[in-house]
Design a protein around this ligand. Sequence first.
Ligand SMILES: Nc1ncnc2c1ncn2[C@@H]1O[C@H](COP(=O)(O)OP(=O)(O)OP(=O)(O)O)[C@@H](O)[C@H]1O
Ligand SMILES: O=C(O)c1ccc[n+]([C@@H]2O[C@H](COP(=O)([O-])O)[C@@H](O)[C@H]2O)c1
Length: 197
Amino acid sequence: MSPRRIGVMGGTFDPIHHGHLVAASEVQSRFELDEVIFVPTGQPWQKSGRVVTRAEDRYLMTVIATASNPVFSVSRVDIDRGGETYTVDTLRDLHREYPEDELFFITGADALEQILTWHNADELFTYAHFIGVTRPGYRLNDHHLPSGKVSLVEVTAMAISSTGCRERVERGEPIWYLVSDGVARYIDKRKLYRKPE
Ligand SMILES: Nc1ncnc2c1ncn2[C@@H]1O[C@H](COP(=O)(O)OP(=O)(O)OP(=O)(O)O)[C@@H](O)[C@H]1O
Ligand SMILES: O=C(O)c1ccc[n+]([C@@H]2O[C@H](COP(=O)([O-])O)[C@@H](O)[C@H]2O)c1
């Protein structure tokens, strides 16, 4: 069997929004990926300055948002490993699970800019090809990264962030059409992101 081409979209997904989904869908199509695996982080160590929603809630929102797409799936590797999440561990675990396949790690321009600050950054490129996507408000470039290991892709501009969604919920504003309907309903049902009473 020829190797499958697997996209990996890591994120805190607090909550997952249409910026994430459009980026993954466009890269899937452009790079003819057989599957895109969304990987919600366990403990995102570079976000330790703020409260992050329980991993199980972020995982369930990711499942809800991706369930209807036959080539999207969700992995629990980062949540189940425990401890702080490092992408080098994510990719090592997925490489072990899919040893014959090619991995493509998808990341927005903001995250790509920071990649050299990631744990064991040099090793990242041994497991996957990186695909940086445009994101409104950030400049996309790979000058700081090893040549031949990164591709840059322009995707439809979606000026949406998880921070913006959380702030809207806290202010009592709608997030319809910024996140999937099921995710908006889940946030409401679990009373996520509301101001403490
Ligand atoms: N609107 C967007 N367009 C393109 N890429 C995005 C967009 N939002 C997030 N990403 C990318 O998706 C990945 C996961 O992002 P993350 O879950 O941190 O979302 P976020 O909106 O940046 O969250 P927060 O506002 O809480 O920092 C990162 O690689 C990020 O760059
Ligand atoms: O490996 C690291 O040290 C590292 C540091 C910061 C972010 N990342 C990864 O980058 C992806 C996006 O992260 P975030 O925090 O912007 O949601 C997600 O998969 C994180 O695990 C990875």
